[in-house]
Design a protein around this ligand. Structure first.
Ligand code: CMP
Length: 139
């Protein structure tokens, strides 16, 4: 199986709660190679654009406010089966439904403040990675 890439963000709650080192370690221990990584903060315009697929959802404004409330870590990760393996590693959107051993089970606060993002397809991983990184920032 060829290696492919996914995109992740460690969200403001993960950083606020001091979980960034432990989450990055779980990602590395699970076999993902970090191809790009950035400590940054989303502007309201960037967050609205990133989550525009959810624009009609009742939680959209809350999601944008939360994702701009503090710094995040954005990263591109590489591994065989990166998208699906990473979604398995992070667990269900709602930590109450996330399996033992997943990042969200260990560190997410709630369905909204759920510690980490993972792309849902190869196509979105590519779009989301390009949203945050220039070619020169990917190794
Ligand atoms: P993620 O799957 O990374 O991207 C979409 C985000 O929307 C999701 O994480 C949650 O943070 C947020 N979200 C999804 N459902 C809800 C909900 N019912 N209430 C609040 N936020 C939500």
């Amino acid at each position: 199986m060829a290696k492919n890439r996914t995109f992740t963000m460690l969200k403001p709650d993960a950083l606020e709660n001091g979980h960034m080192g432990k989450i990055i370690d779980m990602i590395i221990q699970a076999g993902f190679e970090i191809k790009a990584m950035k400590f940054t903060r989303l502007s309201t315009e960037q967050a609205r654009k990133f989550y525009e697929v959810h624009a009609e959802r009742p939680f959209y404004n809350e999601l944008v406010a939360y994702m701009t409330s503090g710094p995040i870590i954005a990263a591109i990760l590489e591994k065989e089966n990166a998208v699906s393996d990473f979604r398995a590693l992070i667990g269900s959107t709602d930590p109450a439904e996330a399996a033992e051993g997943t990042i969200r089970k260990a560190y997410a606060e709630s369905k909204g403040r759920n510690a980490v993002h993972g792309s849902d397809s190869d196509e979105n991983a590519e779009i989301e990675g390009r949203f945050h990184f220039s070619v020169e920032e990917i190794f």
